[in-house]
Design a protein around this ligand. Structure first.
Ligand code: SF4
Length: 378
């Protein structure tokens, strides 16, 4: 019998279209594309899906995740074609979870009902803030009220699993406005909340405005207080922190994202999409014309050392941490021997503990995630 890390556990589909580019975003997503481009993209996506042999080792209840970009911006008949292509090729059987990312400004009662009918059972809503001024500064296309409406209508359409995203540390955001957004969101009772500290990516409008000193980031101290607010409030409201940036009500953890954190194989289709077979990664071209004309994916050889490090980093992001026995089975070596020094250093700083055959980040370790990971780079 194959281990979970020897079979594809999920399938990611990238929809690279957005109504409008957000100021902070450097994802592969394009605004202002014509219906014809969307049509041609969908054709290329279905062609890519159909090009895979049906005898791939795919786990029985492998997950589905449509991300972007804005999957909910793709016209329904096109989205339906992609879903059909996945079903025909055996990538969509009886998924443990089928998630669609949606922007509150692009969903309607009708579209939400149609997503449910197609088989999506989990919605990931990009809310980011419930402060209209912040939303405008982020370049989001929706208001706080529209976000609230989208959430309510998603529930009414039968989505019993809804995740919302929040950003903290954005220019002009204050601890008070964050608290306000958070309280309003918690009143909706979402099943899952992802919180992301703002990261300034080169080439974005945000980076440009900061460089020109038109905008200013909150101070490190203010951002730290925002982080503390989130880390205190969410668990008090019944959300378990099961990964550095992710909180869920019991049983509502994302099954698909778990695949990444457990470093298990996943398929991926679409422009810029990156798949992993357990040994090798491959990334599709991100530029639309190249993807549409069928240019091949770029393979990336992963040495054993890189795979070992990634296995450690990804697992350590989770609250359950790295399973020492599994590490040994997968790599053929003892974690405790190989990383003895790094482990000792992290324990001495209060960043890590050993627990029930796992090594686990403490709250402090999660706070300084990147610094912890640096210690583990060989
Ligand atoms: S909607 Fe999402 S993917 Fe699109 S530009 Fe905004 S943040 Fe990026």
């Amino acid at each position: 019998m194959l281990h979970s890390w020897e079979m594809y556990q999920g399938c990611y589909v990238h929809i690279p279209f957005c109504q409008q580019k957000c100021c902070y975003c450097d994802f592969i997503s394009y605004q202002g594309q014509s219906p014809l481009v969307m049509e041609r993209y969908t054709h290329a996506l279905c062609r890519e899906i159909a090009s895979w042999q049906p005898d791939l080792p795919i786990a029985g209840h492998s997950t589905i995740y449509f991300g972007g970009g804005t999957p909910s911006f793709l016209p329904l008949p096109l989205l339906e074609r992609v879903v059909m292509a996945l079903k025909e090729r055996g990538f969509w059987k009886q998924p443990a979870e089928a998630t669609l990312e949606a922007n509150p400004g692009t969903v309607t009662r009708e579209s939400l009902a149609a997503y449910r009918k197609m088989g999506f059972d989990r919605l990931s809503l990009g809310i980011q803030s419930l402060d209209d001024r912040e939303l405008r500064l982020m370049g989001r296309i929706h208001s706080a009220e529209e976000a609230e409406r989208a959430f309510r209508e998603a529930r009414e359409a039968g989505f019993t699993r809804i995740s919302v995203d929040l950003i903290y540390g954005y220019p002009t955001q204050t601890i008070k406005s964050l608290r306000n957004s958070l309280q309003r969101i918690l009143a909706w009772n979402p099943d899952h909340v992802s919180v992301y500290g703002l990261s300034v990516e080169p080439g974005t409008i945000l980076a440009d405005r900061l460089k020109k000193k038109v905008w200013q980031l909150p101070s490190e101290e203010e951002s730290g207080r925002m982080y503390d607010e989130l880390m205190e409030t969410l668990p008090q409201a019944g959300y378990n922190r099961y990964e550095i940036s992710n909180f869920a009500k019991p049983g509502q953890e994302s099954i698909h994202n778990r695949i990444y954190w457990h470093y298990e194989p996943y398929m991926a289709f679409g422009a810029g999409a990156c798949r992993f077979n357990g040994k090798k990664r491959e990334t599709n071209p991100g530029r639309l014309p190249l993807y549409i004309e069928g240019k091949n994916a770029e393979p990336e050889a992963l040495s054993e050392a890189i795979r070992r490090e990634e296995l450690v980093f990804m697992n350590l992001r989770t609250a359950e941490g790295l399973d020492l026995h599994e590490y040994e089975v997968r790599t053929g070596e003892s974690f405790l021997k190989h990383y003895a020094q790094a482990l000792e250093q992290c324990k001495a700083r209060g960043w890590m503990v050993s627990r029930n055959g796992h090594v686990v980040l403490t709250d402090e370790g999660m706070r300084f995630g990147n610094r912890v990971f640096e210690v583990f780079v060989d």
